[in-house]
Design a protein around this ligand. Sequence first.
Ligand code: ADP
Ligand code: ADP
Length: 234
Amino acid sequence: KSAVTVTNLHYTYPNTTTEALAGVSLTIQEQDFVAIVGQTGSGKSTLVSLIDGLIQPDSGQLNIAGMTIDATAKASQLSKIHHHVGFVFQFPEQQLFAETVAEDIAFGPHNLGWSEEKIQVAIDRALMMVGLPLELKSRSPFALSGGQMRRVAIAGVLAMKPSILILDEPTAGLDTQATNELLTLIKKLNDNGTTIIMVTHQMEQVASYANRVIAMNKGTIIADTTPQQLFSHP
Ligand code: ADP
Ligand code: ADP
């Protein structure tokens, strides 16, 4: 089953002249773990921002969770995407803000209008998913290690139970051990049914975790293949 379909998407940022996305079409299946690769400025962030409804296409369309988003979609329609898609920004720990870990994780579910009871259950579940002990709930997020802070930030996204998870360079700045732990966690989420879309620069991550690699250049997709194909040398 397809999770996301984009059809001939075009996007140009305000006050710029070059298209950041110059006609992208793509179908992502529910069980996919997609790695998006390409040089800086190739359009990776723009593509995932469109999939998350953070920006609206100039033309073309996005089909996600039974919704169709195009240039005429209303803002309220775009923000409904957040009920289905979780977005882990680059260095997500920089967006931690609350006095306790629990409050920080509660922020997203609270925005979605969930009951306090449902939120408390979601916090515990999310902490377990990222492999952090529940004792951390009452601690300050700022007293944790870098790897733990990042997990708390990711737990805040997972608490909203997204069926599609987008991660922008999720392991940037982490040491080898924290990187491997985080990728193993992401792979487990994928095995349990979450669609993963991960922007990355690290080819070893592509090879070991993704089932599909999309390479971008100048706002277009120049390859859409398996890691095996990409790394095989004839
Ligand atoms: P990547 O994620 O692959 O580095 P981006 O999607 O960020 O690429 O960028 C695609 C193009 O859009 C680049 O030419 C970039 O300079 C431009 N761009 C990205 N963000 C903005 C912005 N906020 N305002 C104007 N131009 C932007
Ligand atoms: P508004 O209606 O004011 O635009 P939203 O309901 O869209 O606000 O929620 C914005 C906040 O929700 C963000 O600050 C972010 O923390 C959180 N959020 C939840 N899901 C997402 C998502 N998929 N992408 C971006 N932000 C999200």
